[in-house]
Ligand binder design. Sequence first.
Ligand code: APR
Length: 237
Amino acid sequence: MKKLVVLSGAGMSVESGGSTFRGAGGLWGKYPIEQVATPEGYADNPELVINFYNDMRRQLFTSEPNKGHKLVAELEKEFNVTVVTQNIDDLHERAGSSKVIHLHGELTKVCSSYSPYDQRYVKELSPEEYEVKIGDLASDGSQYRPYIVWYGEAVPKIEEAIQYTEQADIFLIIGTSMNVYPAAGLLNYVSADIPVYLIDPNEVSVNSNRHQIHVIRKVASEGMAELTKLLTGRTDV
Ligand code: APR
């Protein structure tokens, strides 16, 4: 089976009620990044940060995967699909994608404040008990914090994402402004002779002149329907 690698961003989840980070109504227009998405912001006011992600988690449990997520998952019938997502939601998984690499962490999990990447202390939260409070401690004695990669922190899964990207036969970029590295830099690891598709309703400036990029200027669900027809010949999407 041909290997298809998908790089997704916040736009993937807009039709599920998610918000983007940049552009009109984006999250970073409402909350200062320094306060809620940096280790300094967490150290300065852990309760504010923990509650910010409690609110996002509460919303996540009320949202559903959209048709775009589902069509990405359905491509697994014809391709060996790896989803590399910048999103912290679990909508790709809930839509049925079986291999999802979260570059920026996972909203449904919490981790140790002392060693955020130590899997021994990573805990999955359930919809029944999704809220973290000050005083909820990991077994290393530290406060449980959101399992999110904040600005300035390492992106431990980028190496794995690069390996899959280098082996891709098809590369799909969907719902990301390609502003944030190292995620946006994955395009540089795509071999020059394979097709690259980009689904986004807006113009996305991709700073790589190495690729002929097939742009589908549509929202995720419509763009994925068009791409599915292109790649599989299916007419029922
Ligand atoms: N369908 C598809 N794409 C959409 C839709 C939609 N319905 N609506 C908006 N978009 C596109 C926008 O045009 C934009 O190109 O989604 C993209 C969202 O870009 P950003 O808001 O920059 O989000 P993203 O690229 O995921 O940000 C990357 O930045 O702050 C960090 O950690 C955060 O993971 C995030 C990273």
